[in-house]
Design a binder for this molecule. Structure first.
Ligand code: GDP
Ligand code: GDP
Length: 436
């Protein structure tokens, strides 16, 4: 199911990131100690009443020393390309500027729905001043105040009204969606091509089976898959297309539509800083993951080399211990056949359900083996557990007091669940709930 994407566009200092942070709020991540993930966030999920959508702050994509008007054009372009609805933000205190008019001109031609938000309307008297903004040509201006959190409800109600009709309706096909992410030049496109040309792959070219131009449906060993190609569109000469933030944004959008994420690492260069940031974001999304070490033809590919590389990955990405690693060459196609079985295994585990009675046997054995901790004289009591969701598998453990369930004990229970059931390739979540 695809969620709507909303982008905020506007000059520097009108208050875009203030509004972004307010709407996104404090989101709980599975682990919060991954470097670089929470800083400078420009893309995130927003929950508004019963609606969920993704929000982009286009102002967060830095375009170096480009003149302001060029930056504005590029950011408006990003909003048009990536979003279903655009929030065009201006500032009541400065009125309409040349840069606002530039943005308006581009948005006007795009045919994308635009909602005009006039920020910094901090008190009711200032509402008089929003009328001049009618002249931008986007109908009624919505007065808001980022600092005081005013007017956001009306603004979002309007944004939600403008979502395209098909949004939120389940996709009719049951195919497993996966995407290939990684820094530039690790071999993502080569890998997608190699996969689609494999012996056991039948690429379907039936018109209308894809919604997105870069989705490739195919059949492997009797099962339906869709590969979402993030590398597919690029090098069209836009300034922003070569920025790291923009490629990350594209990758995150693809991850959101995927069940399994393939993270490609280049064996020739080894793991770099940018790999770590990408991996952190992929992990945070809570999807099944397969790590692909590509360009395996460039190293002496004996067992020891594989072991060494695996140790390096395990050391660098401690939080990804559930992900399986495959070594292959997209160029020579050596070992390429080892990939799809891992994609399938990861997706099976991602959607796997464990019967409550079997789960409780494992949990109770675990508790007997490792007595629950006490905090200030009070002992954690584990009563029973049940799986409440898949994608990823999520378990609720009922206890006397959730405060007593520390991270380390959760981790212990997770390890026991993994030992008992496998769950290779997928994260699992454990939530503690009170039941007396
Ligand atoms: P951006 O460059 O568009 O992302 O703008 P920022 O969110 O960084 O905000 C620029 C400045 O405007 C900051 O100093 C904010 O504190 C301030 N600001 C944001 N929203 C409001 C508002 O509603 N009222 C007032 N008075 N200041 C605001
Ligand atoms: P992307 O930017 O991640 O999509 O990377 P590309 O697929 O465009 O590949 C970048 C470069 O790496 C190209 O010159 C490819 O030919 C090369 N390449 C890709 N896969 C392999 C591989 O398995 N082995 C070797 N030696 N080169 C590869």
């Amino acid at each position: 199911m695809r969620k709507a994407v909303v982008a905020i566009v506007g000059r520097p200092n009108v208050g875009k990131s203030t509004i972004f942070n307010r709407l996104v709020g404090e989101r709980i991540s599975i682990v919060d100690d991954i470097p670089g993930v929470t800083r400078d966030r420009i893309y995130s999920k927003v929950e508004w009443l019963s609606n969920e959508f993704h929000l982009i702050d286009t102002g967060g994509i830095e375009l170096g020393d480009e003149p302001l008007l060029v930056q504005m054009r590029e950011q408006a372009d990003i909003a048009i390309n990536e979003a279903d609805v655009i929030i065009f933000m201006v500032n009541v205190r400065e009125g309409i500027t040349a840069a606002d008019e530039e943005v308006a001109k581009i948005l006007y031609k795009s045919n994308k729905p635009v909602v005009l938000a006039v920020n910094k309307v901090d008190n009711p008297e200032m509402r008089e001043e929003i009328y001049e903004f009618y002249s931008l040509g986007f109908g009624e201006p919505y007065p808001i105040s980022g600092s005081h959190g005013l007017g956001l409800g009306d603004l979002l109600d309007r944004v939600v009204e403008l979502f395209p009709k098909h949004i939120g309706i389940s996709e009719e096909d049951e195919a497993l969606h996966f995407c290939v992410i990684g820094r530039p030049n690790v071999g993502k496109s080569s890998l997608v091509n190699a996969l689609l040309q494999q012996d056991r792959v039948i690429v379907s070219n039936i018109a209308g089976t894809t919604r997105d131009a870069v989705d490739s449906p195919f059949v492997y060993d009797g099962d339906d898959y869709v590969i979402i190609d993030t590398a597919g569109m690029r090098k069209r000469g836009k300034i922003y297309e070569s920025t790291e933030k923009y490629s990350l944004l594209r990758a995150m959008k693809a991850i959101d539509r995927s069940d399994v994420v393939l993270i490609v690492i280049d064996a020739e260069t080894g793991i770099l800083e940018q790999d770590k940031r990408i991996v952190g974001h992929a992990h945070e999304a809570g999807k099944a993951i397969v790590i692909v070490v590509n360009k395996w033809d460039t190293v002496d590919s004996d067992q020891q080399a594989m072991k060494n590389f695996e140790d390096e990955i395990r050391a660098q990405f401690v939080f990804l211990d559930y992900a399986q690693i495959v070594f292959l060459s997209a160029l020579t196609k050596k070992r390429i056949h080892t990939l799809m079985p891992q994609v399938r295994l990861a997706s099976e585990n991602y959607t796997r359900r464990i019967e409550t009675s079997v789960l409780n046997d494992v949990i109770m054995d675990a508790v007997a083996l490792n007595p629950t901790p006490t905090v200030r004289g009070r002992r954690l009591k584990v009563l029973y557990a049940t799986q409440v969701a898949v994608k990823p598998p999520t378990f609720v453990v009922f206890v006397n007091d959730p405060e007593l369930m520390h991270f380390s004990y959760k981790r212990f229970l997770e390890n026991r669940i993994r030992e008992a059931f496998g769950f290779e390739g997928t994260p699992i979540k454990i939530l503690a709930r009170k039941r007396s």
